[in-house]
Design a protein. Structure first.
Length: 355
C-alpha cells in the first residue's frame, strides 16, 4: 500500500506507465488524462470507493499494471464547460506586447537602429552646412560690428536717418490708434508759488517735452521748452495752455533746451525755430544738436531773458550715459524766493525702462 500525501508539491512516479502529479493537493494521471472532481479512491476495476481523509490518498495495488488501475485523487474544482470565452485583448495590450517582443528582436532592432543613427547624422550634417554661411559672414563682419558705435555716431545725424527715425515713431503712434499717448493738459507742476509752472507735452509714442512758464513782473508770460521732439505737438500744447491755465494770454517762448542729440528729442528744433522768432537752442558742447547756438558744459548756469532768469535759475549737469554729451537741467528758484527745491530734467539719462 502506497500513501500519497495531499501536500506533496512535486510529481511522484508510481510506475513506468503512470505519473501522478501532485501540486497544491491535486493529482492527475498524465498517461490517460483522467480527472475527478471529488476526493475518492479508484480501485483496480475502475469503481469509485468511499472518500478518503483530506490529508492523504490511498492507492491500492502497488504494482499498478495500467493507467486505468491507477488510483487518482483530484481536489480541484470541476471545469465549467459552459462558461463564456474570455474577451479578446484590447489594442493597447496587443501593441504593448508587440513592442515588448520587437524591442528584444535583434533581427528587427539592428537595422532600425542603424537607420535611425544614419538619419540623425544626416540632420547634423545638414545643420552644419546650413550654419556655415552665417558663420563665415559673422567672422567677416565682426571687425565692423565691433565698431558699430562709430557708424551710428557719424550716420545718425544725417537727414535720412532723422527722416527714418521720425517715420518709425509716427507709425508706432498710429498703430496705437490714439492722437497722443498721454493726457497732460489738465494739470501743471508749480515750481514757484504764483510765479512759475511746468507742463508736460506728449510727443510721438512715449516721449515727453516740458514747457516751463514764468510770469515775470512787467514782462508777461515767458517760457522755455525742454526737448522739442515734435514741433507740431509743442505748438499745439502752447496754444491750448493759453486758454486752459492763463486766461488766453500770450506765452512768449524764447529758449529751447535739448538734453541730447537723438531725433526723438531734437527732430522738431528746426521747425520750431522757424515758426517762433528769437528762439535760442541750447545743447551739449560735444553733441551735434540740430540748430544749437549755445554749447553747454557741466556746471554752466543760464539766465534766460524776458524776466525768466529773475524767477528760475537753470544749471547744466553733464550726464555722459545715454549719449556721450547728454545733459540734465537742474531748475531752481531764484535767490529771492524762500523755497530751495530743485527740479531735474534728465532727458534719457534716466527714464522709465532703463538708463
Amino acid at each position: 500500500r502506497v500513501y500519497l500525501w495531499g501536500t506533496a508539491p512535486h510529481a511522484k512516479e508510481v510506475s513506468a506507465s503512470s505519473i501522478v502529479d501532485r501540486s497544491g493537493g491535486t493529482a492527475v494521471d498524465r498517461s490517460v488524462g483522467v480527472s475527478y472532481g471529488a476526493t475518492a479512491v479508484v480501485g483496480p476495476s475502475g469503481s469509485l470507493r468511499a472518500p478518503l481523509p483530506s490529508s492523504r490518498a490511498v492507492v491500492s495495488s502497488v504494482a499498478m499494471p495500467s493507467a486505468v488501475d491507477a488510483g487518482v485523487v483530484r481536489r480541484r474544482a470541476p471545469l465549467n464547460l459552459h462558461a463564456p470565452p474570455p474577451p479578446p485583448p484590447s489594442w493597447w495590450i496587443r501593441w504593448t506586447g508587440w513592442r515588448r517582443e520587437a524591442r528584444h528582436d535583434r533581427c528587427l532592432m539592428a537595422p532600425a537602429s542603424a537607420v535611425l543613427l544614419l538619419f540623425v547624422m544626416s540632420l547634423a550634417l545638414l545643420s552644419a552646412v546650413a550654419a556655415l554661411p552665417s558663420l563665415l559672414l559673422g567672422m567677416l563682419l565682426r571687425p565692423v560690428l565691433r565698431r558699430m558705435s562709430l557708424l551710428v555716431e557719424h550716420l545718425y545725424p544725417l537727414a535720412l536717418a532723422r527722416w527714418g527715425h521720425v517715420k518709425l515713431l509716427r507709425h508706432g503712434l498710429r498703430s496705437t490708434r490714439q492722437a497722443r499717448h498721454s493726457r497732460t493738459d489738465g494739470g501743471r507742476l508749480e515750481l514757484v508759488p504764483g510765479r512759475a509752472w511746468a507742463h508736460t507735452v506728449p510727443c510721438f509714442v512715449d516721449n515727453l517735452a516740458y514747457v516751463l512758464v514764468v510770469e515775470a513782473e512787467g514782462a508777461g508770460l515767458s517760457a522755455c521748452v525742454v526737448d522739442v521732439g515734435e514741433a507740431a505737438a509743442v505748438a499745439g500744447a502752447l496754444e491750448a495752455l493759453r486758454y486752459s491755465h492763463y486766461g488766453g494770454r500770450e506765452i512768449g517762448v524764447h529758449s529751447v533746451l535739448s538734453t541730447h542729440k537723438h531725433h526723438d528729442h531734437t527732430a522738431g528744433n528746426r521747425q520750431f525755430v522757424s515758426d517762433h522768432a528769437d528762439v535760442t537752442v541750447y545743447g551739449g558742447a560735444c553733441e551735434e544738436v540740430p540748430c544749437a547756438e549755445v554749447g553747454l558744459r557741466d556746471g554752466d548756469e543760464m539766465r534766460l531773458p524776458r524776466g525768466f532768469g529773475e524767477v528760475l535759475s537753470i544749471e547744466a549737469v553733464a550726464a555722459p550715459s545715454h549719449t556721450r554729451g547728454s545733459l540734465m537741467f537742474a531748475v531752481r528758484p531764484a535767490e529771492a524766493y524762500a523755497t530751495v527745491a530743485t527740479y531735474l530734467f534728465t532727458g534719457d539719462a534716466i527714464f522709465c525702462g532703463g538708463a
